[in-house]
Design a protein around this ligand. Sequence first.
Ligand SMILES: Cc1cc2nc3c(=O)[nH]c(=O)nc-3n(C[C@H](O)[C@H](O)[C@H](O)COP(=O)(O)O)c2cc1C
Length: 237
Amino acid sequence: MKNIFVYIGSRNEESRLFRYVHQIINHARAHCSAIGNIDIYSPLNSNLLPSTGCKNCFEKGFCPSEEAANDDGEQIKARIEQADIVILASPVYSHNVSSDMKLLIDRLSYWAHLFKLTGKAGIVVTTAESNGASFVSAYLEKTMSFMGASIEHTVNFVNSEQDLADMYAEEAAAKLIEICDDSYRAKPTNQQEVTFQTMKMILLDYPHDHFEYRYWRDHGLFDCQSYEELLNRHVKV
Ligand SMILES: Cc1cc2nc3c(=O)[nH]c(=O)nc-3n(C[C@H](O)[C@H](O)[C@H](O)COP(=O)(O)O)c2cc1C
């Protein structure tokens, strides 16, 4: 069974973004018995405090904001770690992701140094009135890819292509079903290989008590000769 984590970066439950994400998921659920748990988070059912810039996450591996009663960062991170598929869905606001989506990305930034999403498939969903979706989807793809995910599908719902929306949703659902099959294997990109080698070289020179050094050592990243090797270690048996 494959678990899915979704973050919808919109505060508008009536939004097309909510509608299309649910359309994709419901369609996939109806046609695939391999889908396990689906966690859908948004700023309407969770709260994330903005980054304070302290860099504690990079240096010590935890976020002091997560001790606050009104912060769900720890829970959200745990759900993402349990997921096999991560869907990031954002409306296009001024050619960028929504501030809520950016907040999530800021809070997860340090995962880009840890390849935390290795072995997970990433899907990107955006909604826009007419323009700017390519910037937003490229940014979300890049962000997840640097964290280690394999980007398997991107869908931009632009209002001017309203008549194609059902077809786009069905295509996304079909891709989701494909990823849920046991035969699915994530593949590394050239960029991930280069980033892995660069990070490895830099981190090997870090003080041995630094969080990132310890993480790479304890999770076997230093032992891998390539990102592909790390990816293969994540294959579920
Ligand atoms: C603050 C704000 C900024 C926006 N900026 C853009 C933009 O740059 N390009 C665009 O095509 N649409 C823009 N829109 C329109 C939304 O992207 C559009 O309504 C989209 O469908 C998201 O709607 P949804 O909330 O129904 O999913 C903007 C909307 C808001 C509220």
